[in-house]
Design a protein around this ligand. Structure first.
Ligand code: SF4
Length: 356
């Protein structure tokens, strides 16, 4: 390496302390029961942007429903989304299914154990690739995410901005140097576990830390100042009106989102971008768009849903219609019980309390 970050750093001492601590303290998580690459893969995709406690019941349900790659590969996408419902970041589920299908079709159902083929699968970025190769195949590959960068920025006292892509690359090359070749799986999982349990974002528990003697930030008392991370851009707020449209048979209109982009292929109550349409034009717009007459009633409530890049600010109205069918595949009339058959994003599940 050209820089001096790892100069004088006791790599083998650090590895030993970390791995011993991990072996003695690792949590009993369902995806740690065996090293099946498919299960490791599913767990790592679910754990992106999502907390362990939230993931556990989803992981168990998912694996009960799709115990092998073959079960997932040709499952109905709507069922897969339904099983993922509530976890968010639904493109993860779609990409996972596409990639699993490719593994079945191009690799005889065996998850590739090499960086090139594995990294070329949809949704398998450098982190997921490293996690699968190290945990399932015991290869010394770095698996660097925000959690790992936090721990290593403190241990090695790295003051670069971790939100920059080139800094992440730097961390990957440090991890390549640091990783144990005897037990890469425990090494990578040890750093992740340390970040989750001890070296937490706020108030790290340095007094209990197994690698405290190696930690440069602790030695200088600057552990809470690291990592350096520039603030993400503020999300744009988009106002919507959502319509809970009911007919006399107590059926509601639901609408399918487009097959690309945010929440692709999920279902929702019709949602109108109010800045573009204008409140007074909604009834007209709905007739033009879907060929269905609606009459808007009262405002029932409002809610805000925050995504990583935008915020939905939604006003919820009830509405009525005299139709019970539409000549448009994008909408359906369903009764209350049938809603369970459709994958809904969390924001729209919350609106169900306003239904009769
Ligand atoms: Fe993190 Fe503190 Fe341990 Fe350093 S000593 S790795 S800051 S918990």
């Amino acid at each position: 390496m050209s820089d001096k970050t790892l100069q004088d750093f006791d790599i083998s001492g650090f590895q030993e302390k970390l791995i011993d601590w991990y072996q003695a303290n690792k949590r009993d998580l369902p995806w740690r029961l065996d090293k099946d690459p498919y299960k490791v893969w599913v767990s790592e995709i679910m754990l992106q942007q999502t907390k362990v406690d939230t993931v556990i019941p989803y992981f168990q349900r998912f694996l009960t429903k799709y115990p092998t790659l073959y079960d997932l590969a040709y499952a109905d996408q709507q069922d897969v989304l339904k099983t993922w419902e509530g976890l968010g970041y639904y493109s993860r589920a779609r990409n996972l299914q596409n990639a699993v299908r490719e593994v079945v079709e191009s690799y005889g159902g065996e998850v590739p154990d090499n960086s090139k083929d594995l990294g070329a699968l949809k949704g398998v970025g450098p982190y997921t690739k490293g996690a699968i190769l190290s945990i399932a195949f015991n290869q010394p590959e770095p698996a660097v995410d925000g959690n790992v960068m936090r721990v290593l920025s403190r241990v090695l006292k790295i003051e670069d901005d971790i939100s920059k892509a080139k800094v992440k690359k730097k961390f990957e090359s440090y991890t390549k140097e640091l990783i144990s070749h005897d037990d890469p799986s425990s090494f990578n999982q040890g750093i992740m576990e340390l970040g989750a349990l001890v070296c937490t974002p706020k108030s790290p528990m340095c007094m209990l830390c197994p690698v405290q003697e190696y930690c440069r930030a602790f030695a200088e008392g600057i552990e809470e100042d690291l990592p350096v991370k520039s603030k993400a851009k503020k999300q744009k707020t988009i106002p919507y009106v959502t319509l809970l449209i009911r007919n006399e048979k107590k059926q509601y209109i639901i609408e399918k989102r487009s097959e690309n982009g945010l929440l692709a292929n999920m279902w929702q109550f019709p949602m109108v971008p109010i800045n573009e349409i204008g409140m007074e034009h909604i009834e007209n717009w709905f007739q033009m768009e879907y060929g269905v007459n609606v009459k808007i009633g009262n405002k029932q409530g409002k809610l805000k849903h925050v995504f990583s890049h935008i915020i939905w600010q939604i006003d919820i109205y009830d509405a009525t219609t005299d139709s019970d069918c539409a000549n448009d595949d994008r909408i359906r009339f369903v009764n209350h019980d049938e809603l369970d058959d459709y994958p809904f994003p969390v924001s729209h599940q919350k609106m169900m309390k306003y239904m009769d």
